[in-house]
Design a protein around this ligand. Structure first.
Ligand code: 13P
Length: 341
């Protein structure tokens, strides 16, 4: 399926491939505690084997082909084999997607406002080298920025963006594309303008750091939040406002040479995540591929149908395949509400 085959070793080619032709990324890199939370919601015990079964089911979905260019894995998953003994990495490759890996080590609180920096630079070079040997060709590091009356602080933004740039350099030195994810959280009752301002400051600092440290932008993918109202706001910004504000913010900070912007869904409903992406691609006026790197917005319908029972696998795979296709169409500005029924 993969046009360029497995010999694709140049990070610029890998980055371009992952986001080519409307393809996006399936984020399946939930840590074990997060995966347990998702399984709790369907009353399924989160064991190592059950997590393998669930992810194998996702990765074997027919709709991975042509719609998903990369899959982000967690450390446990990159080492697992499918039921028939094929490695999950191979299952992903056979679907025409590039295997990737989350390499950060989670969050550390830095002040009494509960702001955090992302840990994981220590030993990162060694971890990257091992992940490469296990088949990973791209990586992800997530920084978290919260909005409040007096935050995000300068310190929080600067420390996180500096760590993202250092991580990106190390990933690239190991032959892997870094996904840089500065996530401004939706949680809270902030306005869309506050989200714009915090995201703007973060992206501004991120691209100055990436450039000053000599990260190859052509071999990098940005995974940002969309510019939205806070999740607790009752009268939320509409689809057109979200699309316009997000594009305005990205166009002010993201260099044209970046191959792809792949949004996180961040707690948006699956339909909102698709509709917002579609609205932006319909507007156009940018050089990068504008696509998706969704976790919940791709997996949630499949998880709800699967319910931990193999008898439901085909239906769950159909649900994931549908969302993958809808989001590819949205990445090309070709989605319509009517296609959902
Ligand atoms: P969501 O799309 O569920 O926000 O997950 C994407 C992700 O990988 C967050 O780091």
């Amino acid at each position: 399926m993969r046009e360029k085959g497995e010999e694709m070793e140049n990070i610029e080619d890998i980055a371009s491939y992952i986001v080519s032709d409307g393809k996006g990324i399936l984020a399946a890199d939930e840590s074990n505690p997060t995966c347990t939370k998702r399984f709790d919601s369907i009353g399924v015990e989160s064991t190592e084997d059950k997590r393998r079964e669930y992810r194998e089911m996702l990765f074997r979905s027919e709709g991975m082909k042509g719609n998903i260019g990369g899959v982000i894995l967690f450390d446990e998953t990159i080492r697992q084999d499918a039921e028939d003994g094929t490695s999950l990495v191979e299952v992903i490759r056979n679907q025409g997607a590039v295997p990737g890996i989350k390499v950060d080590k989670g969050l550390e609180v830095i002040n009494d406002q509960e702001e955090t920096v992302t840990k994981g630079l220590e030993g990162l070079n060694e971890r990257c080298s091992e992940y490469y040997s296990l088949g990973a060709r791209f990586t992800k590091w997530r920084a978290v920025i919260k909005i409040g009356n007096t935050i995000p602080s300068k310190e929080c933004i600067n420390r996180n963006m500096e760590a993202l740039a250092e991580y990106a350099l190390i990933a690239q030195a190991n032959g892997m594309v870094p996904i840089v994810e500065p996530e401004v959280l939706m949680d809270g009752d902030h306005s869309i303008d506050q989200c714009y301002e915090a995201s703007s400051r973060s992206l501004d600092a991120l691209f100055s750091m990436l450039t000053s440290k000599g990260v190859n932008i052509k071999g990098t993918i940005l995974k940002p939040n969309m510019i939205t109202s806070g999740s607790n706001v009752t009268s939320k910004a509409n689809i057109d406002e979200v699309a316009s504000m997000t594009l305005k913010c990205l166009k002010s900070h993201v260099p044209d040479e970046l191959p792809g912007v792949a949004f996180l869904s961040g707690g948006q409903s699956d339909l909102d995540a698709t509709a917002h992406l579609n609205a932006m691609n319909k507007k156009g006026g940018f050089k990068w591929a504008l696509c998706f790197s969704y976790g919940r917005a791709l997996q949630q319908p499949a998880l709800k149908v699967w319910l931990g029972d193999n008898k439901n696998s085909s239906l769950a795979q159909a649900a994931l395949s549908h969302r993958a296709l809808m989001n590819r169409l949205a990445s090309q500005g070709r989605w319509e509400q009517g296609l959902e029924s």
